[in-house]
Design a protein around this ligand. Sequence first.
Ligand code: HEM
Length: 432
Amino acid sequence: MDTLTTVDPANVHYIMSANFMNFPKGPKFKEIFDVLGNGIFNADLDMWKVQRKMTRALITHHEFYKFLVKTSRDKVEKGLIPVIDHVCNKGCVVDLQDLFQRFTFDTTCILVTGYDPGCVSIDFPDVPFSKAMDDAEEAILFRHALPEIVWKLQRWLRIGEEKKMINAQEVLDYTIDKYISKKREDLKEGDDLKESEEGFDLLTFYLKDEKSLGVKCDDKFLRDNILNLMIAGRDTTSSALTWFIWLVSTNPQVEKKIRDEINFVIPNEEVEKFRLFNVQELNKLVYLHGALCDSLRLYPPVPFQHKEPLEEDILPSGHKVHPKLKIMFSLYAMGRMESIWGEDCLEFKPERWISERGTIKHEPSYKFLAFNAGPRTCLGKEVAFTQMKAVAAAIIHNYQVELVRGHIIEPNASIILYMRHGFKVRINKRWT
Ligand code: HEM
């Protein structure tokens, strides 16, 4: 438990960018996150470089972008909206955190594998794959808190959280294997990738573009990459959406400004009507973008990070660090510090993100760390904003969300910042 925790942006900049090569995630990270195998989150140094280049090539491919736009639009229209309408019609309470997790689980699974697990539905079905991801994440948190020898003994004895981890891993491996075999089967007779109207999922890219990616896509490689991208996309985006909708529903002046901005970009005759928005319209919503950023500042879905120095070093703060020391930084604390964000740091204030010219203000990533900083910056930022804006605009324009009276909102302790008791709300339609 030899750990140094820092919230100093100069240290963060040094570790994440200026002297990046001396601060890999380290072997301990890989052990704690062993369920992720050799995927990008767990990779360091040369292996990470290969993974990063490949994942970036896939995520920034125009065919993937087309697929992202289509998937987000379809899941909002045919998944999320029917469930919300059902909740409105019945007048019942819904846990929006659960619903958003289902939404991002479905969309991420479609984006990564091409298959829809059908988690967003008025029956709220149990989905073992999704539950296994939750269990694995919980066990990972315990590994951060317990002495190494204790959790390793638990793993050996197959008891406690480690038993959960073993079971979760079996479900994850089984489900992903099924997706890979199905995709291999579906692609059997196909040749090279051709332009498509709807774009492609990532698994199709891996299998069809193996040669140009320059890696051997065997089942273990595919399993690790699928799981890493599923974890990257599902939890972060649903956590961000949950805190965002709560902040908006409890800050009427922000809610009004978002609605006014939406009304401004859509044709007049459509203002007081049910409307969903296309990606061109969503990209014009600067205030909404600022509001999402400010929510991510206050509630970063990944609330802490850790690193291990390869060699002895001295941080800008003067602290000496050595290879056996774990360095942690709290993104959650950094988003709420007066010295970084000013006196109004605890206020939800989208305006702080808007420049005088009405464009989004750029904040250095070592100050706004929600998407990580330096060479390991999140590769899915645009994917996340596309999905978050589609959901946020659809809900804020068409519905009124109201927190159930007496329901307590507080963060949990986890590797992903969720609401401990969920986000229980009632929803009313704004237009009949
Ligand atoms: C609001 C949503 C999101 C947030 C706040 C977020 C945040 C982060 C953070 C903090 C990291 C660094 C994690 C670490 O190194 O341990 C990261 C890495 C990454 N994210 Fe995201 N992420 C989001 C959405 C997504 C989505 C939707 C995808 C893709 C589908 C994605 C793909 C990745 C990948 C591939 C990495 C690894 C980058 C590397 O190590 O080089 N993220 N993200």
